[in-house]
Design a protein around this ligand. Structure first.
Ligand code: AKB
Length: 320
């Protein structure tokens, strides 16, 4: 069993739930302290220690780190792209202040490592859309994207100036069946599976040909743990790494679902999230992650669809 003691902030979110469960398997249940401002997620109950903690409350975070002898922190609390456009000031405050505060705490408390997620939202409509490179034009157009890009620069700064070992990935849309997404532009790619099983039809808030980079949660969790476990000298970018797996449109995802549910139907009513999606890359070049620390995805659309539908059938108690 590994020795580190881990604090997860935002443990009840889409990534947090599965990451907490995966880290508990590696580090031991009692060595992974899950926290969130919310009540404990049902899937976390009974799996290890849980505390309510506000990612903006620096004193409480420091006290928690001292109390448990924490050596690594994963800061996952954030407002995503769609919610951020509804509450720009709140998104900026939460996304930036929680990171800056943690970077300072990590120096004071001599943390070994920090993980902080970035996103494809750092790119904007001036960025080349296909196979978007690790280093390219970066002009984010959402508050979420601006906060993530600014955060990446701060991570790089703290690494260079203070030696903080902070690591980060630019997540594409994440597709999961265990925990629910919340407030993202890519959330349609999760909702569609629920509605396919529950109603046999889905109204999509993006147009049929909106291609976006996407990843199955199993790959995302594995990649997150892999970058955190890689030797420091392999982490050559202290900005976040492009992190890719697949790219598809709602129309293509519908075709994949139809191979299992032939009567499934979709219609399209694009809303404000279409503008956000239009500003993002359609596919990602993640050669730096593959070369530097060995990233390799395992799930494509067909394999993910099979896994999503079979797991959701059990979760939603849909008769076969
Ligand atoms: C969102 O849609 O806001 C997120 C993301 C791509 O970071 N899923």
């Amino acid at each position: 069993m590994k020795q580190d003691k881990i604090l997860i902030m935002g443990a009840c979110g889409q990534i947090g739930v599965e990451l907490t469960l995966a880290l508990r398997k590696i580090y031991g249940d009692s060595n992974v302290i899950a926290t969130d401002i919310r009540e404990e997620h049902t899937l976390l109950k009974g799996s290890g220690p849980y505390e309510q903690l506000d990612a903006m409350d620096g004193e409480a975070i420091t006290a928690t780190i001292k109390k448990h002898g924490i050596t690594q922190v994963y800061l996952l609390a954030a407002l995503l792209s769609a919610t951020g456009e509804k509450m720009p000031n709140k998104a900026w405050n939460i996304n930036m202040q929680s990171l800056l505060q943690l970077l300072d705490i990590s120096i004071q408390e001599k943390l070994h490592k920090i993980y902080w997620p970035s996103s494809i939202a750092i790119f904007g409509s001036t960025t080349p859309k296909q196979e978007t490179a690790q280093k390219t034009i970066v002009e984010p157009e959402t508050v979420y994207g601006i906060s993530k890009y600014a955060g990446e620069l701060w991570c790089q700064y703290y690494n260079k100036r203070w030696g903080v070992d902070v690591r980060s990935l630019r997540y594409p849309g994440l597709i999961s069946w265990k925990s629910e997404p919340g407030g993202g532009t890519t959330d349609y790619a999760v909702d569609i599976y629920y509605e396919a099983l529950k109603a046999g039809k889905y109204t999509c808030f993006l147009s049929e040909d909106t291609y976006l980079p996407m990843m199955y949660m199993d790959d995302a969790i594995r990649g997150t743990i892999e970058i955190m476990e890689a030797p420091a000298e392999q982490i050559k970018s202290r900005m976040a790494y492009n992190f890719g797996a697949m790219s598809f449109s709602p129309k293509e995802l519908t075709e994949a679902i139809k191979t299992h549910i032939p009567d499934f139907s979709i219609d399209y009513q694009p809303d404000f999230r279409q503008d956000i999606a239009n500003g993002w890359p359609q596919s990602i070049d993640d050669a730096a992650a593959r070369n530097d620390w060995g990233w390799a995805h395992k799930y494509d659309v067909a394999k993910m669809t099979e896994s999503m539908l079979s797991n959701l059938k059990v979760k939603l108690q849909v008769p076969s």
